[in-house]
Design a protein around this ligand. Structure first.
Ligand code: ATP
Ligand code: MG
Length: 569
């Protein structure tokens, strides 16, 4: 389910070790008033994906569970890749997911002044220095996992000299890359992140929020703990790759006077990874830039906007996230499990209508030529609250090609010459004649219907084994249907780590197929984003970008076959 501020949050099925940590903190009275404050800190350098959704829901639901608050903070400290378009899309996606930041929207770039003052504080405490080594030299001096680093020759500059140089850095007196500000910690620390990390660099670049005010920018590892500290975040939840950064996170806050009383606690959890798809902004951006997909909201992408356009609901995402829980070790989740929750959520919510995606024409030879009758049909047999609609029945019908076999195989109960089947919600029909064109291809089936067998009439005379979906050929509407398959050919072990293989080598060239569909006339009234089950074909949604009244476009959400079974059933 989706949680709201007014709800009490039910216990998710999956385990969540973070709750245990917070429970313990509360028992020990660690936080003032025990007010839990979490945040989601996206960098506005791309659109959000399912992994972000997990993090958003985790942070938001944690705040609800402890009756606390949830901040949305744009971590916009790197001007190079950030953009206003991304800020807008991120806000829209978080709202759609149902996480409510109320009036608690923040931008890290609004703290640049404070961050600068904190840097001065570090310098004054002899805990930071200006270094003139080149980027290459800094790398060499840093040492390796197996050997300690060595001190920069500039490490022992006086506090006065450092204050003056850092101020001149800020005033634009130096070119990019010529100087950096570094924390003064320990060049022989076993943790490389503690070997005098760079905390400020010179970058003469325009920033989307602060314009040209700054030509020095804080590094992520310096900025992030300060952002958390300024906002009074109690639990700074992030992904596992930041575990080695935690000592610096703590070092920094411990050394700044403003954070003496209460400091945020960084807690790491495993990134969500899914089979057969690409998660990771960097790769998604490449697919978008290369035109392999149709923008960030391509329905094949696991971006939040792509999933929305695919017809996936926020509830399905929430239920999936509840089930997988929050863990401390990385693993790849089977995409089939995610799909289970998508189907499970749509099952009772969507009206079930009929559409033929690969038609073969039937002429009912004993049905009057001009007659159309309107039959009553339940919109969803398992959810009567969705009501009843009228569907037209006439002399010419389409069924799916695969529902007919001229020479039936064993146990084939659908239509074949001489066999009788039920047309869903209508009558029994029997196939009498197969009509072919000059090439021997079947172009029409001549059938007869039995008026006695009308659905709902209580007819019990005889039984048939096959029930087919159909549409009335005289009254149906045509539309574009986009059928989607996985983006990747086979199972991936791909995260966005630098040393992982390039997923672009594994792209499925047939992930999109566009066909024509023949739909019940009822669907002419469908609006952008409306979701349906097309009986026996799958779940579909009206495309929000390209569909128009006169040219309807439906996207396949998922077919109906699930290969995943919940473990408790
Ligand atoms: P990407 O790796 O896709 O570029 P990111 O971590 O760089 O993502 P940010 O905007 O920096 O993207 O992340 C915002 C928050 O989302 C961070 O707290 C990050 O840990 C979290 N996050 C990112 N990817 C995942 C994921 N796959 N699973 C869970 N949380 C994630
Ligand atoms: Mg990032």
């Amino acid at each position: 389910m989706l949680y709201k501020r007014s709800d009490s949050v039910s216990e998710p099925t999956g385990t969540n070790f973070i709750n245990n940590i917070i429970d313990e903190d509360i028992r020990n009275n660690i936080y003032q008033n025990n007010k839990v404050l979490t945040r989601f800190p996206p960098e506005p350098n791309g659109y959000l994906h399912i992994g972000h959704a997990k993090s958003i829901l985790l942070n938001y639901n944690t705040s609800l569970r402890y009756n606390g608050k949830f901040n949305l903070r744009f971590d916009d400290t790197n001007p190079v890749k950030e953009d206003e378009e991304y800020v807008q899309s991120i806000k829209e996606d978080i709202k759609w997911l149902g996480a409510d930041w109320e009036d608690r929207l923040f931008f890290a770039s609004n703290y640049f002044d404070k961050m600068f003052l904190y840097a001065l504080e570090l310098i004054k405490k002899d805990l930071a220095y200006v270094d003139d080594l080149s980027p290459d030299e800094i790398r060499q001096y840093r040492g390796t996992l197996f050997s300690p680093g060595k001190n920069s020759p500039y490490r022992n500059r006086s506090i006065e000299e450092n204050l003056e140089l850092f101020t001149r850095m800020k005033d634009g007196k130096f070119i990019d890359g010529s100087k950096v500000l570094r924390a003064k910690i320990d060049m022989s620390s076993p943790n490389i992140n503690m070997r005098d990390p760079i905390i400020y660099r010179i970058l003469h670049t325009h920033h989307h929020n602060t314009g040209d005010t700054w030509c020095i920018y804080p590094m992520y590892d310096y900025a992030h703990p300060i952002e958390d500290g300024i906002e009074g975040i109690t639990h700074s939840i992030c992904t596992l790759e930041f575990e080695d950064h935690r000592p610096f996170y703590n070092w920094l806050l411990e050394n700044l006077d403003d954070f003496k009383i209460q400091r945020p606690k960084q807690i790491e959890f495993a990134k969500l990874q899914l089979s057969r798809t690409i998660i990771g902004k960097r790769f998604i951006k490449t697919l978008v830039d290369k035109g392999i997909v149709d923008g960030w909201d391509d329905p094949r992408l696991m971006t939040i906007s792509g999933m929305r356009r695919r017809g996936i609901t926020p509830e399905a995402i929430q239920n999936f996230c509840d089930e997988i829980g929050v863990a401390r070790s990385n693993s790849i989740v089977d995409i089939a499990m995610f799909e289970h929750f998508v189907r499970d959520d749509l099952k009772l919510k969507t009206p079930r209508l009929m559409a033929i995606l690969d038609p073969i024409k039937i002429v009912i030879t004993n049905y009057p030529e001009d007659k159309i009758e309107w039959l009553d049909m339940h919109n969803n047999q398992d959810n009567e609250s969705l009501g009843i609609r009228k569907i037209p029945f006439g002399r010419e019908i389409y069924i799916e090609k695969e529902d007919f076999m001229e020479v039936p195989i064993k146990k084939y109960f659908r239509l074949f010459p001489g066999n009788e089947v039920r047309l869903m919600g209508a009558y029994f029909i029997k196939c009498n004649e197969v009509i072919k064109n000059a090439n021997g291809e079947i172009i029409q089936l001549n059938c007869t219907y039995d008026p006695e067998t009308k659905s709902g009439s209580g007819f019990t005379g005889r039984k048939v084994k096959g029930t087919l979906h159909w549409v009335c050929a005289q009254n149906c509407i045509e539309s574009e249907i986009r059928l989607y398959d996985y983006l990747l050919n086979d199972n991936n072990d791909i995260d966005d780590d630098e040393d992982n293989p390039d997923p672009l080598n594994n792209i499925n060239p047939d992930s999109l197929k566009v066909i024509k569909g023949y739909l019940e006339p009822e669907l002419a009234n469908a609006n952008s984003g409306d979701k349906f089950q097309f009986v026996r074909n799958g779940y579909f949604v009206v495309d929000s970008k390209d569909s128009t009244k006169n040219n309807l476009v439906f996207n396949l959400t998922l077919n109906l076959k699930s290969s995943w079974k919940p473990s408790n059933s």
